[in-house]
Design a protein around this ligand. Structure first.
Ligand SMILES: O=C(O)c1ccccc1N[C@@H]1O[C@H](COP(=O)(O)O)[C@@H](O)[C@H]1O
Length: 488
């Protein structure tokens, strides 16, 4: 049987690897790494109502070579861009043509968690997984007994690694439950004869309690397959071949997720150089943000006037060359609204600066309270947005009834007020019941997940369209393209 052959080959490989690097040294290296990881693999699989683990796999015993050309890093980057929750990387060399290098390099490159997909039969491989940068390992019930599964899971736990415990039938699901698995994957492929039946995971779903993450693995191909999983209370799909064969993985994942049925507004913030204006006009975000607060992106009133003037001229020009659109610019509809970002500025200054520059929106990014917002709104007809730095769900809830026209949620930072490029825990916004802008470390690699998970009214981006602190035309383009491809 193929599984026996793989396990046998794995035993030989592990023995050889132990000769090359002693178990003591690998254990010491793994134990020296932080164990308080917060189990990012599990967290990622709980992030959305449906999550994908996308696999980087060159070959398999059932399909032979899947990808002759195998740019594994590009594949992983594309998965991240597409909005995968996690990436599974084959490290098994003999039957799947995997390599530890793939795992190491991918884990070093992407921000999403990586699973070591291998046939784990020895503790040594768990220490290796930790050293190589994995966030999770695979434990296969068909290869291990319950005491060993439990021992391996506990060892993984102690290193801050999650264990995806894989089963194929009722008996193996019971084994997975007995060993205390927090993530159970049901393989739709029978490892004994390679037959595939997507209904297998559906059939076994009810054996597993809801607080355990349930993953359907193998043989999934279409949005209909995914819908069947959703309809049967299955929230995660692990897919390899389908993604590996998809020429465009962003498109494939969007197709499997289905339409978002809305497009978020986009605000591109921290514009301080007129050279960036053509790229902004081409990207056509809904808002362009100018920072008047202390910041490396800070603009003076004169610079702001030039930027707004430049925006309007360039916008009119872009409409003129696309013919009759000039009329709307003449009516002062410049398509892209301007937002001034202020920190603890006086009402008098807010009113005079916004009037002088011709801003459309005032964004308060400091300690302004509700009475300040009320007083400001009495002095201006402009929209007033309130930025709130989030550490907990309570931070957001405290502003639910705010009189601000829009709330904007950003990452908390002890010193800086914003534009830090840091992401906060989006689950703090679960169930928040009014429209809001999402800010804080958004970029092309996480915007797909941001839109699908958080469904904000709008996305606010600054650092994510910069390279070494300077707004980057290519990143502006890529980001804009991503939003359009994901949200429809
Ligand atoms: O961008 C700044 O330098 C800034 C300074 C002071 C207050 C707010 C600031 N920017 C705001 O930060 C978010 C975007 O942040 P990120 O870089 O994408 O993480 C946005 O709301 C900006 O208006």
């Amino acid at each position: 049987m193929i599984l026996d052959r793989i396990v046998e080959a794995t035993g030989i490989r592990v023995a050889r690897e132990k000769q090359e690097k002693s178990p003591e040294s690998v254990k010491a290296a793994a134990s020296a790494l932080p164990a308080d990881t917060g189990f990012p693999f599990e967290a990622a699989l709980r992030q959305q109502d449906f999550n994908f683990i996308c696999e980087v796999k060159k070959a398999s015993p059932s399909k032979g070579i899947i990808a002759e050309h195998f740019p594994y890093l590009d594949i992983a980057k594309e998965y991240e861009l597409a909005g995968a929750a996690a990436i599974s990387v084959l490290s098994e060399p003999d039957f799947f043509k995997g390599d530890k290098r793939y795992l190491q390099e991918i884990a070093n490159t992407v921000k999403i968690p990586v699973l070591r997909k291998d046939f784990i039969i020895d503790e040594y491989q768990i220490y290796q997984a930790k050293v190589w940068g994995a966030s999770a390992i695979l434990l296969i019930c068909a290869c291990l007994d319950v005491p060993t599964l439990m021992k391996f899971r506990e060892l993984a736990d102690s290193l801050g690694l999650s264990s995806l415990v894989e089963a194929h039938d009722e008996h193996e699901v019971q084994m997975a439950i007995e060993c205390g698995a927090r993530i159970i994957g049901v393989n739709n492929r029978n490892l004994k004869d390679f037959t595939v039946d997507v209904q297998n995971s559906v059939r076994l779903r009810n054996l597993v309690q809801d607080d355990v993450i349930f993953v359907s693995e193998s043989g999934l191909e279409t949005p209909q397959d995914i819908q069947v999983l959703r309809d049967n209370n299955i929230g995660v799909a692990l897919m390899g071949e389908t993604f590996m064969r998809a020429p465009d993985k962003v498109e494939k994942l969007a197709y499997l997720y289905g339409p978002t049925y809305y497009t978020p507004k986009v605000k591109m913030c921290g514009i301080y150089d007129v050279k960036t204006i053509p790229a902004i006009v081409e990207a056509k975000p809904d808002y362009m943000g100018l920072v008047f607060a202390p910041s490396r992106r800070r603009v003076t009133v004169d610079q702001a006037k030039q930027l707004v003037d430049g925006l309007h001229k360039q916008y009119s020009y872009s409409l003129a060359i696309t013919q009759d659109g000039i009329a709307s610019a003449e009516n002062n509809d410049f398509g892209i609204k301007t937002v001034g970002v202020f920190v603890n500025e006086s009402i008098e200054n807010l009113v005079s600066i916004s009037g002088e520059v011709g801003l459309d929106v005032i964004q308060l990014h400091g300690d302004e309270d509700e009475s300040f917002i009320k007083a400001l709104k009495e002095q201006t007809d402009l929209e007033v947005w309130k930025a709130v730095q989030i550490r907990s769900a309570e931070d957001a809830q405290a502003w639910l009834d705010s009189g601000a026209d829009m709330l904007l949620f950003d990452a908390y930072h002890g010193i800086e007020r914003g534009g830090t490029g840091e992401v906060f825990d989006w689950s703090c916004l679960d169930g928040f019941e009014r429209p809001f802008m999402l800010a804080g470390g958004i970029d092309s690699t996480n915007v797909a997940r941001a839109i699908r998970t958080v469904r904000p009214y709008g996305i606010d981006i600054s650092s994510g369209i910069e390279t070494e602190g300077v707004k980057d035309e290519e990143k502006i383009k890529t980001f804009t393209k991503m939003v359009r491809r994901i949200a429809y």
